[in-house]
Write a protein that binds this ligand. Structure first.
Ligand SMILES: [Zn+2]
Length: 391
């Protein structure tokens, strides 16, 4: 992941070290296209402020190795970034340092779905975390199933019933902390590109299967948001001419075939009783009922649907890697053949087979994704602080 060209040298150094770990000055200067004096000027105040550490090199083992280079790295507590993931009922929080290590993890039920209540709850939580750990938080990242505009305003969050809600500004006012807001799948994609399987992989695509179906794309070092914050909204993609319909009445759309409500609807027909989405997909994965042999056909069709989506992504952006995750990823693992066959049908005959990995995850990792959003704004705030103090 890269900073935008407009970011200053100190911000870019911090971001590079957050993404790549320990680096020599020569490597930093080369990678960021900075002259040695510009890099020195950027680095000096960061070391003085205790944000960067310069490690003494270990002694060279051979004479030919020459003078070993010192390396720079982020101080372990350079920043404490709070990530929050909201679901319809719960709030998951994780505090990370800029290298992605978890410092605190908590979850609690949402006291209210009303924006005022959510702002109050997050402000209270951030104060409690600061008091109990003695750490000063450096920023907040918030993620939820929503279309988000400009990193701050919720255009639509269907499961909370929010519309045009300036939640980022309100959280900033309530906490005094820089706040960035993003769609949850995009935040998770961002974190996966920073610290996870997508590290150093570009283009990188992530498909999540769960209560909904989402897709995140990293292209050219950026997590794509789209012109209206809705990139990757593939839930209602038509995949089949016939079959079940989603709640919007679309026959054979992705949600109808593979999201938890669609799976429950189809399971109800097979089992001849009403099955709720929660009976099929739990917070940590598919339930025992979902894996009942009677529902194999339902899951297989869902896996085929996931394969059709991944095949389309592959045809459109030729990713270096696709990760399939989410609470329902087990349906792809259980019916991998149907999934692979669907991907294969969509692949251009001249393109090499795509690299696809499945991975399970917890809601804590959604929160970590939200926290990762706050890294870049933190680096900019540090840079602005340096400019302020030298003015
Ligand atoms: Zn639909």
């Amino acid at each position: 992941m890269e900073a935008t060209a407009a970011a200053g040298p100190a911000s870019r150094v911090l971001l590079r070290l957050a993404a790549a770990g320990s680096r020599t000055r020569t490597d930093l200067a080369d990678h960021l296209g900075l002259s040695a004096p510009t890099l020195s000027r950027a680095v000096r105040p960061l070391i003085e402020d205790g944000l960067l550490l310069e490690d003494e090199p270990s002694a060279p083992t051979t004479a030919e190795a020459g003078r070993p280079a010192k390396s720079l790295r982020l101080a372990p507590r350079a920043a404490a970034l709070l990530g929050i993931k909201l679901t319809a009922n719960d709030l998951y929080a994780q505090v990370i340092d800029p290298l992605g290590s978890a410092l605190v993890e908590v979850s609690e039920p949402l006291a209210s779905r009303d924006p005022d209540g959510v702002v109050e709850q997050i402000a209270g939580l951030s104060q409690r975390i600061e008091r109990s750990t003695g750490m000063a938080l450096s920023g907040i990242g918030l993620s939820l199933g929503a279309s988000v505009v400009d990193g701050t305003t919720i255009a639509v969050a269907p499961f909370l019933g929010w519309r045009d809600e300036p939640i980022g500004v309100r959280l900033r006012q309530a906490t005094g902390l820089d706040t960035i807001v993003a769609n949850d799948v995009r935040a998770f994609t961002h974190a996966e590109a920073w610290f996870g399987l997508g590290h150093g992989v570009d283009p990188f695509a992530l498909l999540t299967l769960g209560a909904g179906i989402g897709c995140g794309l990293v292209i050219g070092g950026r997590t794509i948001a789209g012109a209206h914050g809705a990139a990757g909204s593939i839930g209602h993609l038509p995949l089949r001419e016939e079959g079940p319909a989603c709640e919007m009445g679309h026959v054979g759309c992705a949600r109808a075939l593979a999201a938890a409500p669609g799976l429950a609807h189809r399971a109800s027909k097979v089992l001849g009783r009403r099955v709720s989405p929660e009976e099929i997909v739990g917070p940590t994965g598919l339930t025992e009922l979902a894996l009942d042999p009677q529902l194999a056909g339902v899951l297989e069709a869902a896996s085929d649907a996931a394969g059709r989506i991944v095949g389309s992504i592959v045809a459109l952006v030729d990713p270096e890697l696709v990760v399939v995750s989410g609470e329902s990823v087990g349906l792809v693992e259980a019916h991998r053949q149907a999934f692979d066959a669907a991907v294969e049908r969509a692949r251009h005959w001249s393109a090499p087979p795509p690299r696809i990995l499945t991975r399970s995850f917890s809601f804590g990792e959604w929160a970590r994704g939200a926290a990762a959003l706050a890294i870049e704004p933190w680096t900019r705030a540090v840079e602005a602080g340096l400019r302020g103090s030298s003015a």
